[in-house]
Design a protein around this ligand. Structure first.
Ligand code: F6R
Length: 234
């Protein structure tokens, strides 16, 4: 595991975009695993800029996102599909049909989870980008009694609902369930890139140096052969 410390969000974002961009240059038809949240916004901005400048071509790139809220359609501004369209997909030359997120509104959620698991496995993720929750979650794998292996529906932890309520008018509006890649799904990625800001210092320390336990889901990354962590001190 490589841990790289940076002095600002801008520096962290620049390096993160550099690594994602290098992946696209090395393998133009690569599969990127993507995350939402505050952490990757700066990196996505930089990828958009590099696309506009003709430095990156996304026309053959495929993407799979980690997760989606249950009950929100892609047209809902709070959905992760909407976030990805706003922050990245609509601003680069990626084909919409090559961008994938779980369908949070699927009538049969069990079938949707099985379908998304098959999709991610069959595409094969070259590089998975992750953020980390204050409770150590990755994707929406919350602290639990075991490491969930596959895509599944999950009840969000109170602390996650509270953290994510900053993006909603009222805390009651935050969906209480989500569909997420499982820990097993995430661990199948060839390479993993985790980015975290200064507010994540304590949990990052626990995840990277503490015992490997499903109570700190990100601790499982200690078992992955190719993880890069970028931590920004400020
Ligand atoms: C987002 C996701 C979450 C976030 C995590 C950190 O798709 O799966 O695990 O990465 O909650 O969120 P931020 O970056 O907003 O602190």
């Amino acid at each position: 595991m490589r841990v790289i410390e940076k002095n600002s969000y801008e520096e962290m974002s620049a390096l993160c975009a550099g690594i994602l961009g290098a992946q696209v240059l090395i393998k133009p038809d690569c599969v990127l695993g993507l995350a939402t949240g505050s952490s990757p916004i700066g990196a996505y901005e930089r990828l958009v800029r590099q696309g506009e400048e003709g430095l990156l071509d996304f026309s053959r790139v495929r993407t799979v996102n980690l997760d989606e809220y249950c009950g929100l359609s892609g047209e809902d501004p709070q959905s992760y599909r909407y976030f990805m369209e706003e922050q990245l997909f609509s601003k680069i030359n990626i084909k919409k049909e090559n961008t994938h997120l779980p369908d949070g509104c699927a009538a049969d959620m069990e079938a949707e989870c099985a379908h998304y698991e098959r999709l991610v496995s069959s595409l094969g993720v070259d590089l998975q980008l992750l953020g980390i929750g204050h409770n150590g979650h990755i994707g929406f794998n919350e602290p639990a009694g075991d490491f969930p292996s596959k895509v599944h529906r999950v009840a969000l932890a109170e602390s996650t609902i509270k953290a994510n309520s900053r993006l909603f008018a009222r805390v009651e509006d935050v969906p209480t369930q989500a569909v997420t890649m499982g820990i097993g799904t995430i661990m199948k990625a060839k390479k993993i890139l985790l980015i975290a800001g200064p507010d994540k210092e304590a949990i990052l320390h626990e995840a990277l140096e503490g015992p490997i336990t499903p109570q700190v889901p990100a601790s499982v990354l200690q078992l992955h052969p190719d993880v890069t962590v970028i931590f920004s001190r400020k």
